[in-house]
Design a protein around this ligand. Structure first.
Ligand code: FEO
Length: 394
């Protein structure tokens, strides 16, 4: 087999994007990404599974030319987001007889987003199979990994799951296959935190459904391929479980030193109680690292000064992000300082409505921290300790 032939008749034809540093103009990509696409050649038909982001379409077509793909019967569209579907119009120009195989929801989105004519589609149902001759594709609908139309494709004879975004990672690497290194694990966890965590409950159901399939390889459309799928399946089982860890995430901003003093004292107070603390100075933090920390932590504490009667805008963003990502965090509090008044606490609390949090009495002080304020922080650390003990994570 050549280096790109992952199984007989199954080829990697994706494109690495080493230099990309932002996804959706929002998500930091410290390690770039890849848009993985695959060719499956059956005895009678050939299909392409997913395409690539439009700026990379020439590279995908070069890969197909190098592989000698002169005709294509099907383009499987597992997901309508443009980093996978955006190349379909150019692929249809190169292979005008190909049909886009997807579900009704994805078809509708592709017609709207990419203006693909309706007669170019072959619509499939959940569980339906498509024969390529000696190879059979089965389609598994899996809404909300990442959009409502997402589906997975299972190649029965070779036991390969092509899940598109699901189980992916934003990691450009020359290695085709995932190893069990901390780097690979961290990239997959970052991807889960940023993309998948809001859909934790749906994902749990999909993981359950996938148990009925004999999966020997997971070939996602971002990052390395998992030829030992238990590694990523176990990680997802852990991340999506209801179990939290003895950890406090502490995103904060300090303008004139008061919040910084609170944060430093509080951090040490938690460490003395053997609680892991993850402080993030929001003026310089990687927002992806903050997202990763939210995957497991039992508690989040926001630290803010008062700006124009409200919280600092960077803390507003952290609260918005936490609320949008819907981590399984169980407890929350706020520490902060003001000069002459304000509603920072009320405003932040109103932003966390998606999370089923128990609020622990915040510590909001006037001016620079004095002894009595530090005692309040000790009491807050005690309350967190008590709750972590109550749920059995200490
Ligand atoms: Fe990689 Fe949701 O697209």
């Amino acid at each position: 087999m050549s280096r790109i032939e992952i199984k007989p008749g199954v080829y990697y034809v994706g494109v690495r994007d080493w230099d990309r540093r932002l996804f959706d103009e929002l998500i930091p990509l410290p390690d770039g990404t890849s848009y993985n696409a695959y060719i499956v050649k059956g005895k009678e038909k050939t299909c392409l599974i997913d395409t690539v982001d439009p700026p990379k379409i020439k590279e995908l077509i070069e890969n197909l030319n190098m592989l000698g793909i002169n005709s294509l019967d099907y383009i499987i569209a597992n997901h309508a987001e443009q980093d996978h579907s955006g190349g379909i119009p150019e692929i249809l120009k190169r292979y005008p007889d190909a049909l886009v195989v997807t579900n009704a929801k994805c078809k509708s989105l592709l017609m709207d987003l990419l203006l693909i004519p309706e007669d170019k589609f072959l619509e499939v149902e959940d569980g339906q199979s498509l024969s390529l001759g000696d190879k059979t594709l089965q389609f598994i609908f899996a809404p909300w990994v990442h959009w409502p139309e997402t589906m997975l494709t299972y190649l029965k004879e070779d036991n390969i799951l092509f899940p598109c975004d699901f189980f992916g990672s934003h990691l450009a690497t020359s290695e085709l296959y995932a190893d069990k290194s901390p780097k690979v694990y961290e990239s997959a966890k970052r991807y889960y935190a940023e993309i998948m965590m809001p859909f934790r409950n749906s994902i749990k159901k999909h993981l359950e459904k996938l148990r009925q399939f004999d999966i020997k390889m997971i070939a996602p459309s971002h990052g390395p391929i998992h030829n030992e799928p238990e590694f990523i399946l176990n990680a997802y089982t852990d991340w999506t479980s209801d179990t939290v860890k003895n950890e406090v995430v502490l995103p904060y901003v300090s303008m004139h030193g008061s919040v910084e003093k609170l944060v430093h004292f509080f951090t040490e107070a938690l460490i003395r109680r053997e609680i892991k603390v993850l402080p993030f100075n929001l003026t310089r933090t990687d927002i992806g690292a903050l997202a990763i920390s939210l995957v497991d932590a039992a508690t989040i504490v926001l630290g803010t000064p008062t700006v124009l009667t409200g919280p600092h805008p960077s803390v507003v963003y952290a609260a918005y992000l936490a609320n949008a990502l819907r981590p399984k965090t169980k407890f929350a509090s706020i520490i902060g300082s003001y000069g002459w008044g304000g509603r920072a606490k009320e405003m932040l609390l109103s932003m966390l409505g998606n999370l089923k949090l128990e609020l622990i009495e915040p510590v909001i002080i006037k001016g620079y921290p004095r002894k009595e304020h530090l005692k309040q922080l000790d009491r807050l650390a005690d309350e967190i300790l008590k709750r972590h003990r109550n749920i059995g994570i200490i």
